[in-house]
Design a protein around this ligand. Sequence first.
Ligand code: GDP
Ligand code: ZN
Length: 296
Amino acid sequence: MLQGLVIAHLGKGLAVESPEGEIVLCHTRRRLGDVAVGDRVRWAPCEGGQGRVEEILPRNTVLTRPGYAGKIRPVAANLDRVFVMIAPVPEPDWLLVDQYLAVCEHCGIPAQLIFNKLDLTSGEAEVMGPLEDYRRIGYTTHRVSARTGMGLAELKHILQGHCSMLAGQSGVGKSSLTNALLPEKNLATSTLSAKSGLGRHTTTTATLYHLPEGGDLIDSPGVAVFGLAEICGRELAAGYREFQPHIARCQFNDCRHANDKGCAVRAAVESGQVCPARYQRYLKLLDKLAARSGTG
Ligand code: GDP
Ligand code: ZN
């Protein structure tokens, strides 16, 4: 059996890249479950120059999203960096940012922030203030302009040696930044369609690209919004990393860190150790989870 890397999820199969850079169209065995872009697999050649994936090698991480009928689907495997993008326009949806960060914490994928469209701003307080809150709790933030190229050299350097994905609300510049990082993206896409033997217009949910300066970028246009699919209230609280040192000091083990008696997280908010805006958003997301599960 041969080793390979799943670089695209095509309607009719998977594009698997061999260590030598050959691309083979592979089918999977049903019992394997969902194979995701970024998966390292073992596959066997079969008739017609195609292959069949026989085994998914152990994953370091898997990012999931809610699918149809309450199913959880993998978006990408073995990601080791998610960049959550914001911009001066559209106005940042900080609740969504927190949601992404919590999901990344839950999946064990380190997240960083990218502030794009630097060319449009001279440092508006309404964006820079919240950004500073994230920096203070340990999130690295990068400032770039996909349009002018400001900050891109540093970002390319950060991307080397990692498998990354860009996330963020519509309009922040994910596709612009992807194109700036990957000038040969269209060429790579057509090579992929040609080599896999599928047409140009085959739908893909995600594609893994090798960046010219090193590192990989998983482009997943349709699923840029990954939800709180698998997260319960306890995991949401754990997804707020600055709550961590306080959670163990709550009076009750099952503290939800809302109105609970003896909550150390709330006390930390009141004493200024935890950012109140982040805490308020935690409460909102907690409500959202409760509404979803139909329980309190
Ligand atoms: P996506 O929805 O996140 O993929 O965002 P797009 O890449 O489609 O960008 C949305 C809009 O923002 C487009 O009109 C882009 O031209 C514009 N845009 C993207 N990056 C920048 C930037 O760095 N500066 C400016 N001024 N506009 C940008
Ligand atoms: Zn608590």
